[in-house]
Every structure is written in structure tokens, then in C-alpha cells.
Write a protein that binds this ligand. Structure first.
Ligand SMILES: *Cc1c(COP(=O)(O)O)cnc(C)c1O
Length: 454
């Protein structure tokens, strides 16, 4: 594919953006002041590259915010959307069914851990989490246990930006302001050995905290929610092996539900189709989003066990219905894109090819292991966090310096777009990225870090 020519209106586009677009997670005054050189208007994608309005090409090193799986303008997905467009773009699932949503649901039931038999559609990761938490609460309510209304979550969790999902989240910078609007959640530590004072013993400490809460408050909790294996938005905090499995055992023992938020980790991002597979567990509820459509369209889903589903079935007079839904629930174009993405995951052998690519990333990042400004490198599959420090072992930079942001901006001149989380440089390459492009992304990242601190 040939890159597009520079858009003559590049500067005008920037001005029009500044006039009326309010960007998410963005300090807007600084955006308006610095926009000319930091903001790029992305006008097209071409495989694993993004093209801006000046015709410059960049490797998409952050999977267009963690959702892109196969690259951009993928012929098979484009075609599936066109085919569906020839039938109908959207119809509702309230009172009606649709072939794309039926087909996708069947396929999701087929590929998620056995036991997750029902699919509730929504349109973003946050809504998929919102659905899961309301289902968990109402499940026990329907079983005449309305006192079970407490949740356990991990500190520094991120589950989305609606009020319910923010309640379950624990990232101070994002969530502090909204505290008065949130419901109470019991937080336990994040079992990340690098950040936890107990180091390698962190997992045991956290499990004890959970066990204490559950044992001391019988019949009060409805669910434990975790981002399985890796807390993404917190700065890629990896959990020790065995932690997820132990949480599953604990929740079973105390008869509370386990929600594994696979919005970020799902669809091969960890090297397996789902993070839960690494520990051979099946949750009760599993929100999916981001990569579900290959990163094409806003479709999300909450997978549920038959047991939970059955809890919502009864006589009308019993009022067991789940009164929740969104206008675009089960959107046909999105479901068609998702089915095509699943086809591609299979036909390309994405899972089978992952270990070599994951190893390539791991080995290349070894070049940074002794760098004085790299405190920690955390990787689970294609999710990578490189923690920048003022000095080793772990003296943080003053956050006001915005070191991570400055470094990621410098990476643009090496032809890549990456986005930091504070002072953690995040790499989130599409799992389908070929080795040559992957190496260019890693070259650019490593060179940028070395030059930046030289
Ligand atoms: C991104 C993310 C969400 C929220 O998804 P949105 O589509 O942005 O609402 C929820 N949970 C996790 C783990 C995420 O990474």
C-alpha cells in the first residue's frame, strides 16, 4: 500500500481540532498551547503503521490504545464490514435478534474458558465491567442474599471510566476527584513484587488480606474483580504466577464470584487467547472489549456462566430480569468485524506464533536491563512496561517533569508512536506484527531511551 500524500490542510485541521474537540485523559490547556508539535492528526493506517496529516509514517507501537490486533486496513475485516453494510448497519437486540450477534456469541462461547456460556453485549470495556458488577450484585439479590453487595478489588486497578467501574478502580490520579460519587469497595494491595514492600512474598500477603475480608464478613461480598496477570493502566504491574489461580480458589471457597476483567488482556494480548488460560481457570464473569473487534469498532461483551444466567430466569412475578442495556448493544457492523477478527486469529495461527515474538521482545529489551534509568521491565506477552527511574534501584522522577511523556514524544522522531503511563513507557504491539516491524519498534524504543538519558 502506498502512503497518502501530505494533507495540505494539516495546519487547518489542527486549528479546527483546537476549536472544538475535547480530548480524553488530556490536560487541555497544555494541548492547546503545545498542540502544533505534539499532536498529530492521524489520517490513515497502513498495516502496522499510522500516517499523519503531513504524510509522515509511524509504527503503531501502542496498538491504537491497546486494541489493534491485526494492523490497520486489514482486507478481511474491511470486507466483512462492507458485506454487513450491504445488509444492515445496526438493529437492536432489545426484543429482536440478529445473525452477526448470534454468530459472534457462539464463537465467543466456543473460545472462552469452558463454563462461560452466555454473552451480554455492550459497547466499551467500561460498560462490560458495569454489566458484570451489576450482574454480580443482582445474582445474589435474586438468590435472596441482598446483603452481598461488597466488592474486593486490587489497589491501582483500572476497569474503565463510568462511575461503577471507577468505584472498582484504584488509580489515585484518575479516581480521587470522584470519590464522593463512588460506592465503597474493599481494596487489597496489588501483588506486584517490584512495588510491594513484601517483594516476592507480595502475592501471599495480598491473598491473606482477601481471605481476612472474606472470612470476617461472611455473606457480605458478592465478587472479587481482578485484571488477570497484569494491571495495565496502573503501569503494567505484573502479578506473580499462581496468584490468579489462588484468587479463583479463594473465591470458590467463600462462595463469591470472580470477575476477571480481560478487556485489555483478551484476544492474544498475553500470548494466549485469554489471560485466564495461563492459569487454567474459569471466572464467573468475564468482561471483554478492546481487541474483541481486532480494534476496529466499539463492541464489548460480558461473558457469564450458565449458573449466573439461570439466576436471572424465573416467573415474571419474581422480577429476576436484568434491566440493563445500551442502544448499540450487539451492533451488527461491530459483530461482523469481531467474527472476521476471530477468523483471522485462527487462520493466521496468531496464538501459535506468539511465543517466538514474545521471546523476541523479551530478549531485545534485555539490552536495557542494566540501563541506569530503567528501574524495571515488566512483560506479559505483548504487554510491556518499561519503568523509568531517576536512579536505581527505584528512585522515581518528579512527576511534574513528565519524563515518560517527553520520552515518548522523542520517540516520534524515530518513527514510532508510543504512549506512557506516568513514567512507565508502554509498548503494546499488535500480536500480528511481523518480526521486522517489531524489531524496528524495539530499535526505536531502545535508541530513544539511550539517547534521552545520554
Ligand atoms: C481499557 C480498559 C477498560 C475500559 O475499556 P473502555 O473501552 O476504554 O471503556 C476496562 N478494563 C481494563 C482492564 C482496561 O484496560
Amino acid at each position: 500500500m502506498t502512503p497518502l500524500p501530505a494533507d495540505e490542510n494539516s495546519a487547518a485541521l489542527v486549528e479546527r481540532d483546537k476549536a472544538c474537540v475535547w480530548h480524553p485523559f488530556t490536560p487541555m490547556r497544555q494541548w492547546l498551547e503545545n498542540c502544533d508539535d505534539t499532536a498529530r492528526v492521524i489520517v490513515a493506517g497502513d498495516g502496522f503503521e499510522l500516517i499523519d496529516s503531513q504524510g509522515r509514517q509511524f509504527i503503531d507501537g501502542f496498538g491504537s490504545l491497546w486494541c489493534n490486533l491485526h494492523g490497520h486496513r486489514v482486507p478481511q475485516i474491511d470486507q466483512a464490514i462492507r458485506d454487513q453494510l450491504g445488509k444492515v448497519a445496526h438493529t437492536t437486540l432489545l426484543g429482536y435478534a440478529s445473525p452477526p450477534s448470534i454468530e459472534l456469541a457462539e464463537r465467543l462461547v466456543g473460545i472462552t474458558p469452558p463454563g462461560l456460556d452466555k454473552v451480554f453485549y455492550s459497547d466499551s470495556g467500561a460498560t462490560a465491567v458495569e454489566v458484570a458488577l451489576k450482574m454480580a450484585y443482582q445474582y445474589y439479590y435474586n438468590r435472596s442474599q441482598p446483603k452481598r453487595r461488597r466488592f474486593i478489588a486490587l489497589r491501582n486497578s483500572y476497569h474503565g471510566d463510568t462511575i461503577g467501574s471507577v468505584s472498582l478502580g484504584g488509580i489515585d490520579t484518575f479516581h480521587r476527584i470522584f470519590k464522593p460519587l463512588l460506592f465503597d469497595v474493599d481494596f487489597v494491595d496489588s501483588p506486584n513484587a517490584y512495588h510491594h514492600p513484601a517483594g516476592d512474598e507480595a502475592a501471599g500477603v495480598v491473598l491473606e488480606q482477601m481471605e481476612t475480608l472474606l472470612a470476617e464478613n461472611p455473606d457480605e461480598f458478592c465478587a472479587v474483580i481482578v485484571e488477570p496477570l497484569m494491571q495495565g493502566a496502573a503501569g503494567m504491574l505484573a502479578h506473580p504466577a499462581g496468584f490468579l489461580k489462588a484468587v479463583r480458589e479463594l473465591t470458590k471457597k467463600h462462595d463469591v464470584l470472580l470477575i476477571t476483567d480481560e478487556v485489555a488482556t483478551g484476544f492474544c494480548r498475553t500470548g494466549r487467547l485469554f489471560a485466564c488460560e495461563h492459569e487454567g481457570i474459569c471466572p464467573d464473569l468475564m468482561p471483554l472489549g478492546k481487541g474483541l473487534t481486532g480494534g476496529y469498532l466499539p463492541v464489548a461483551a460480558t461473558m457469564a456462566t450458565r449458573e449466573i444466567f439461570d439466576g436471572f430466569c424465573g416467573e415474571l412475578s419474581e422480577s429476576r430480569t436484568f434491566y440493563h442495556g445500551h442502544t448499540f448493544t450487539g451492533n451488527a457492523l461491530g459483530c461482523a468485524a469481531a467474527a472476521a477478527s476471530l477468523d483471522l486469529i485462527e487462520s493466521s495461527g496468531m496464538v501459535a506464533q506468539s511465543p517466538d515474538k514474545v521471546r523476541l521482545i523479551f530478549e531485545r529489551l534485555g539490552e536495557l536491563a542494566d540501563h541506569p534509568n530503567v528501574g524495571d521491565i515488566r512483560q506479559v506477552g505483548f504487554m510491556v512496561g518499561i519503568e523509568l527511574v531517576a536512579s536505581r534501584p527505584g528512585e522515581a522522577f518528579d512527576p511534574a517533569l513528565r519524563t515518560g511523556a517527553a520520552l515518548c514524544k522523542a520517540a516520534q522522531s524515530h518513527g514510532v508512536i508510543i504512549r506512557p503511563l506516568g513514567d512507565v513507557v508502554v509498548l503494546m504491539p499488535a500480536p500480528a506484527m511481523d518480526n521486522e516491524t517489531l524489531n524496528r519498534l524495539l530499535d526505536a524504543t531502545i535508541t530513544t531511551i539511550k539517547e534521552f538519558f545520554a
